[in-house]
Design a protein around this ligand. Structure first.
Ligand code: AMP
Ligand code: MG
Length: 388
């Protein structure tokens, strides 16, 4: 139906973007693709470019094991592309700094040396670790960046699932916890009080990178954009322009690779913000909720992202750091917060905490919205918090 409203030039542009992801041209290179024009009338010939026409370029890059994409909307194409590329450069820099898979990252260096001596950290990473400790305390240890050794014990670090012995698990449980990370605010120093402590930012790193990317876009004067890191964390900057012409992938609900765009076109009578559909993890045709985001983030943690099965039982990659066991019975948790580091960390935490503890947390933090999908005997149980 949307197509009927659009001019020929825009139709060709839409065809071009629907061919699949394509790298945006470098900012200073002329672009041969026609720009979309005012979308309501039906032009009979190619319109002349107007400097105030809205344009909707997209940039993307593979980083942190996912495809990061930025959908931009505004009138200054060159400035938006420059901001978009710089935002993606920041994401790459953060990957080099935060990854526990790289021997040369700051996190790897911290894991080796902080048990022997105080280690000085770059201020942004220092603040992130402090936020992680706060979130750990606020979630009674359900979110815990020191759960890295548990993730390894269950085989998720190398992607080869295994069931560890009870003694292996209790040995690990005796040696983790963010109370074992000490901070020196004056000099940005960190020290681990336990030699077996090891941090893993897998549950917050992508969200943090999305926040940094959003701040970079803002610095470059971009007022309307959506950024996502592999669809598990999305940040919506400003509002969508009316008649925003393309579809943006929403949260992924299975590990099936086929495309499932779930941003839906905005209509003027609907609430303000970029709309996204949250779908049923068993059936992606069923929409559980349409959410509207404006200067807000949406993260989803799911039992379908990484898992292995033994004797028909699913062992997922999200582990309760209090018991050492992968969480059972939870399918997906989507969280909306005002920044992506928090939404990312909290989606993992609420996955571990379950319904009651999540409701309690949200009573104390009314700005947080949650959609939780649990397995129940024959059906699923959907809990919505903060949706009125
Ligand atoms: P997410 O997909 O954001 O929920 O993050 C899950 C990833 O975080 C896992 O693949 C692990 O690397 C790590 N992780 C697993 N359980 C926890 C936990 N309870 N707290 C913090 N990180 C965790
Ligand atoms: Mg997370």
């Amino acid at each position: 139906m949307l197509h009927l409203l659009l001019g020929r030039a825009l139709m060709r542009w839409l065809d071009k973007i629907s061919e699949g992801p394509s790298q945006a041209p470098p900012p200073n290179q002329p672009d041969s693709v026609e720009e979309p024009v005012a979308t309501h009338d039906e032009p009979t010939e190619e319109p002349a470019a107007d400097p105030l026409d809205w344009v909707y370029p997209k940039v993307q890059r593979r980083a942190m094991g996912s495809m990061f994409e930025i959908y931009l909307a505004g009138t200054d194409r060159e400035a938006m592309l420059a901001g978009g590329e710089e935002a993606l450069d920041e994401v790459e820099r953060l990957e080099r700094q935060l990854s526990h898979y790289r021997d040369d990252s700051d996190v790897a260096r911290l894991n080796i040396h902080a048990k022997e001596q105080w280690v000085r950290l770059e201020p942004r990473l220092y603040e992130l670790l402090k936020r992680c400790k706060e979130l750990s305390t606020a979630t009674d240890g359900a979110f815990d960046i020191t759960a890295g050794p548990l993730v390894k014990a269950w085989g998720f670090f190398k992607g080869e699932g295994r069931i560890p012995s009870e003694s292996e698990l209790s040995e690990i449980l005796n040696n983790l916890g963010t109370e074992r990370i000490l901070f020196d605010d004056e000099d940005h120093l960190v020290y681990f009080t336990n030699p077996k402590l090891e941090i893993n930012l897998g549950a917050i790193g992508k969200g943090f990178a999305v926040d940094v990317a959003a701040r970079t876009l803002h610095f470059f004067g971009v007022d309307h954009a959506v950024i996502h890191g592999g669809q598990s964390t999305i940040y919506a900057l400003g509002e969508p322009p009316s008649d925003y012409p393309t579809e943006i992938p929403g949260p992924e609900v299975t590990n099936d690779e086929t495309e499932s765009p779930s941003h839906i076109p905005q209509h003027s009578s609907l609430p303000v913000g970029w709309p996204f559909e949250i779908k049923d993890p068993r059936d992606r045709e069923t929409v559980l909720e349409t959410v509207y985001l404006k200067d807000e983030a949406l993260s989803t943690s799911g039992n379908y992202e990484q898992f292995f099965e033994v004797d028909g039982k699913r062992y997922t990659h999200i582990i309760d750091p209090r018991t050492g066991m992968p969480v059972q019975g939870m399918m997906s948790v989507s969280v909306i917060a005002d920044n992506a580091a928090d939404s990312d960390a909290l989606s993992t935490a609420f996955f571990v905490m379950g319904r009651e503890a999540t409701e309690e947390y949200c009573q104390a933090h009314p700005n947080i919205r949650v959609i939780m999908v649990e397995e129940s005997s024959a059906d699923i149980a959907v809990t919505k918090i903060g949706f009125g």
